[in-house]
Write a protein that binds this ligand. Structure first.
Ligand code: ADE
Length: 223
C-alpha cells in the first residue's frame, strides 16, 4: 500500500484527480491512499498568511518556510520520501516512476505563486520537474507524477498493459486498431487480421522502430 500526502494551497485542484477513472479505482481497491493537505492550515500567522515579499525586492510573493516545515514535520516518518515540485528539479522520467512506485510513503510539496523560500529545499529528498516549461504551481505536476506511479502499482492495471509501455523500453508504441475493419476508406493493415501471431509480432516491432526513428530519434541514440 502506497500513501501519498500532498501539500498544496489549492486542495480542490485534486478533486477530479481522486474521483475519476483508474486513480479512483486504485483508491477504492486500497492500492493507494491519497491525502491532500492545505498548507494554510499549518500557518501560525493570525491571518493564516503563507507568503510574503522577497527580501532584496523582486517580483511577487514567496511561500514562507514555517507552514511547510510544520506540515512536513507533522506528516513525515522515517520511511517518507519528500519531493518538491519545481521547474528547477530533475526532469521526471518513466524510470523515476518505476523507482517511486516501490516506496511506501511519498510527500509531494506543491510550490505556488512566484516561488518559495530557499530554505524549504532542505526538507526535500528529491526535487522533480515534469518538463521544461513553467506552470502556475506544482499541483498539475503532483498529479502527473502520482498518476504515472499509481498505474504501476500491483493490481491497478494488468501487467501486460504497462510492460509494453513506450519508455519501459525506450521505444514508442506500435499502431493499434479496433472495429470497424474499414472506416472512411482507412483500412486496418491486413497482417493484423491474418491471425498469424509471429507475423503480427514482427510487424509491431518494425512499426515501433520506424515510429521511434521518425518521431523520437533521440530515444534510439540512448539505446
Ligand atoms: N512548477 C511550475 N512548473 C513546474 C514544472 N514544470 N515541473 C514541476 N513543478 C513546476
Amino acid at each position: 500500500m502506497l500513501k501519498i500526502d500532498i501539500l498544496t494551497l489549492f486542495p480542490h485542484m485534486f478533486d477530479g484527480f481522486v474521483s475519476e477513472s483508474i486513480v479512483k479505482r486504485a483508491i477504492e481497491k486500497g492500492k493507494v491512499e491519497i491525502q491532500v493537505h492545505n498548507i494554510r492550515d499549518y500557518s501560525k500567522d493570525p491571518h493564516k498568511k503563507v507568503d510574503d515579499y522577497a527580501f532584496g525586492g523582486g517580483s511577487g510573493m514567496v511561500l514562507m518556510p514555517q507552514p511547510i516545515f510544520d506540515a512536513v514535520e507533522a506528516i513525515r516518518t522515517e520511511k517518507s520520501k519528500v519531493i518538491l515540485l519545481t521547474p528547477q528539479g530533475k526532469v521526471f522520467k518513466q524510470s523515476d516512476a518505476q523507482e517511486l512506485s516501490l516506496e511506501t510513503h511519498l510527500i509531494l510539496i506543491c510550490g505556488h505563486y512566484e516561488g518559495f523560500d530557499e530554505r524549504i529545499r532542505t526538507l526535500a529528498d528529491l526535487e522533480l520537474s515534469i518538463g521544461d516549461y513553467v506552470l502556475t504551481g506544482g499541483e498539475l505536476p503532483a498529479q502527473v507524477i502520482s498518476d504515472s506511479i499509481i498505474r504501476l502499482l500491483d493490481g491497478v492495471i494488468t501487467k501486460e498493459s504497462h510492460e509494453l509501455d513506450s519508455f519501459q523500453e525506450p521505444l514508442l508504441d506500435y499502431p493499434t486498431y479496433t472495429k470497424p475493419q474499414e472506416f472512411r476508406g482507412m483500412k486496418v493493415p491486413d497482417v493484423l487480421l491474418s491471425g498469424h501471431h509471429e507475423k503480427i509480432r514482427e510487424w509491431r516491432r518494425e512499426q515501433q522502430l520506424e515510429r521511434t526513428r521518425k518521431r523520437r530519434p533521440d530515444l534510439l541514440e540512448k539505446r
